[in-house]
Write a protein that binds this ligand. Structure first.
Ligand SMILES: Cc1ncc(COP(=O)(O)O)c(C=O)c1O
Length: 395
């Protein structure tokens, strides 16, 4: 481990919270001999649906699979355009390409880092079929505005909730607001199944399609009615998920307390080279990240330098989404599939080289996530702030 020079301490930015209960749950499944399509997956789906406040939940083997199945279930296909944010994990975009459709980027709000509804509306064309708002870092996108736009233009909303288990928007859990919600249970998320994902929806037809698509497009033995995938969640993962789900609220509460403590200390101590984003009063932010914006001009140091220095002083931070996603080579080259698909079937030409979204450009590479996981003590959090002050001082 790369320890710091002075105290040999390293505050990790994230870690999974697993104990004997998960180990026992896995042991039971392994000894039962039933590894797929059994009672654990069904129970996990029921309990997760109840937690989110929806009628249906469909378990799959990753958050990416959840997004892919959701898009396939609402019928996204060649020539369709789907509006996505430029700062997110690439899955939000790759699933659109997997459906042979066209990702269209809209800018983000500078405080929430989620889609800016005004820019979303500007990007709508007659080919737009869906919007994927990402509830980034545990915050919530402006769902009322987005739903209003979706109704006006008759398009679907698939919420990317991969970073927002338990986040609430005006009293409703994200994943219960749009046509479907998609969750990830990757190792570092609010709760984990190792790898895993879930689609949540109130729409019975959509849930039924999703169940078929995740299982080879099958409705019975040797009956393949649509193009599907092997995206099933195993009983082993579901057993872990059931235990993790019971712990989720407690873990979230600690994550929220830790984050609010850190953000308040930054303000209290006058560390002005870190900008604390404003959180809307009607949102329950669950802080997958505890995000702050580095004001490089005031700090007099680049963000990568800061990240390196903090690490030397024993503080690991998250540092992702360094460039807007429309700058990824696979998009610039228009080459996700051979022979120009899906761009050759697009109804209008698109050139990602010409895209410039000012807020995303300004923020990309300048947001860091402070260590806020539920295992941190007040002493750890104070150490994080002390080291931030030591590295960058006050301005
Ligand atoms: C916003 C977002 N969407 C989608 C995904 C994909 O989830 P998974 O890694 O489970 O495939 C992630 C995972 O990191 C994510 O953060």
């Amino acid at each position: 481990m790369n320890m710091n020079k002075t105290t040999k301490k390293l505050i990790k930015v994230a870690k999974p919270f697993v104990d004997e209960e998960e180990v026992q749950a896995v042991r039971e499944v392994l000894l039962s001999g039933q590894y797929v399509s059994g009672a654990k997956v069904r129970e996990f789906e029921e309990k997760f649906a109840e937690y989110i406040g929806v009628k249906h939940a469909v378990a799959v083997n990753s958050g990416t699979a959840a997004l892919h199945v959701a898009l396939a279930s609402i019928g996204i296909g060649p020539g369709d355009e789907v509006i996505v944010p430029p700062l997110t994990f690439f899955s939000t975009v790759s699933v659109v390409l997997h459906q042979n459709a066209i990702p269209v980027f809209a800018d983000i709000d500078p405080e929430s880092f989620c889609l800016d509804p005004k820019d979303v509306e500007d990007k709508i064309t007659e080919n737009t079929k869906a919007i994927i708002p990402v509830h980034l870092f545990g915050n919530a996108a402006e769902m009322d505005e987005l739903l209003k736009i979706a109704r006006k233009y008759d398009i679907k909303v698939i919420e990317d909730c991969a970073q927002a288990h338990g986040t609430e928007y005006k009293g409703k859990k994200v994943g219960s607001i749009g046509n479907a919600g998609c969750f990830s249970f990757y190792a570092t998320k609010h709760m984990t199944t190792g790898e895993g994902g879930m689609i949540t929806t109130n729409n019975e037809d959509l849930a039924e399609k999703a169940r078929i698509i995740r299982n080879h497009g099958m409705t019975g033995r040797d009956k393949h009615i649509v193009l599907g995938y092997n995206y099933r969640m195993s009983e082993i993962n579901a057993a872990i998920g059931l235990v993790q789900l019971k712990k989720l609220e407690k873990l979230n509460q600690k994550r929220i307390e830790n984050s609010i403590y850190l953000l308040n200390e930054i303000k209290k101590r006058g560390i002005n080279w870190l900008r604390v984003p404003e959180i809307k009063s009607y949102i329950r932010h669950t802080f997958f990240w505890c995000p702050v914006v580095v004001v490089e001009e005031e700090l007099g140091m680049s963000t990568p330098e800061l990240v390196k220095k903090l690490r030397e002083y024993g503080v690991e931070v998250r540092y992702r989404y360094r460039e807007p996603l429309y700058k990824q080579k696979v998009l610039l080259d228009l080459s996700p599939y051979p022979r120009g698909c899906p761009f050759k079937c697009a109804k209008r030409s698109i050139d990602y080289r010409k895209i410039y979204l000012p807020i995303a450009e300004k923020l990309a590479g300048r947001i860091i996530g402070l260590p806020n996981h539920p295992g941190l003590s007040k002493e750890d959090l104070d150490y994080v702030i002390d080291m931030i002050e030591k590295v960058g001082g006050k301005t």
